[in-house]
Ligand binder design. Structure first.
Ligand code: SAM
Length: 227
């Protein structure tokens, strides 16, 4: 029997390269490394977590699928102690964008163009993109996936060393080429538009200026008009 992944984790799995040494940070149940090993997609994995309970769950999964020789489990914050295993692909999924940015920022060894980062923020994607662009990580691609009532974004990046700017829309929704603008991309725009309309209305009632929100709304509406 093979581990079954949610659509969100399956989308992350697809971005891991064939033959990778995978680091799965905040692994919890370690289903992602177990799935990729069972599929013959990766060479080995480091499954780490900052909390004992999740790491124990990870160890149970490793045992259940007979993967002890291929998976190192580590109780550690972020990427601390992971460098010595020489990961080629690093997944950090299911955490806030700020936490993910801090984990990447605290690990200088990931500043290596051969290492692929696969990041799936639950919140604050804009903070994560701001960090990546400012620190010289190129965002290779992004994809979106719907699971139940939520849309998740996955960011695939690597280090090149030249910082660059992203526009306000790119910070919020990613640098998405015209041909890549799918239904989920437009759903995210619609959702943000609704939020901004609520904020601007509340500000208007309180006599507070909403210049920033209105400027962003105009950009979103222009983007939506090209649907
Ligand atoms: C919601 S779970 C996500 C599990 C799995 N990555 C996924 O996407 O389904 C978040 C996990 O990250 C762990 N975590 C949170 N902050 C962490 C950090 N700074 N370093 C390592 N693990 C962390 C938590 O203990 C928890 O097990």
């Amino acid at each position: 029997m093979e581990p079954i992944l949610s659509p969100r984790l399956l989308a992350a799995a697809k971005l891991v390269r064939q033959g990778a040494v995978l680091s799965d940070v905040g692994t919890d149940h370690a289903l992602l490394p177990a799935y990729l090993l069972k599929e013959g997609r990766i060479k080995s994995a480091i499954a780490s977590d900052i909390v004992k309970g999740p790491l124990q769950r990870a160890e149970e999964t490793v045992k259940k699928y007979g993967l002890k020789s291929k998976v190192t489990t580590l109780l550690t914050p972020g990427l601390q102690g992971v460098e010595e295993y020489a990961p080629t692909d690093i997944v950090i999924a299911g955490m806030g964008g700020q936490t993910i940015a801090e984990i990447v920022g605290d690990a200088p060894f990931v500043k290596n163009s051969g290492i692929r980062l696969i990041l799936q923020p639950m919140t604050k994607g804009e903070l994560l993109r701001e960090f990546l662009s400012g620190a010289g990580f190129v965002i290779e691609k992004e994809c979106r996936i719907r699971e139940e009532h939520r849309i998740y974004t996955l960011i695939c990046a690597h280090y090149e060393g030249t910082p660059y700017d992203l526009s306000p829309l790119e910070l919020l929704f990613g640098r998405v080429k015209k041909e890549e603008r799918d239904e989920l991309y437009f759903s995210l725009l619609e959702k943000k538009k609704e939020q901004l309309l609520q904020v601007t209305e509340a500000k208007r009632k309180n006599g507070v200026d909403a210049e920033q929100e209105n400027a962003l709304l105009a950009l979103i509406e222009k983007e939506l008009s090209e649907k």
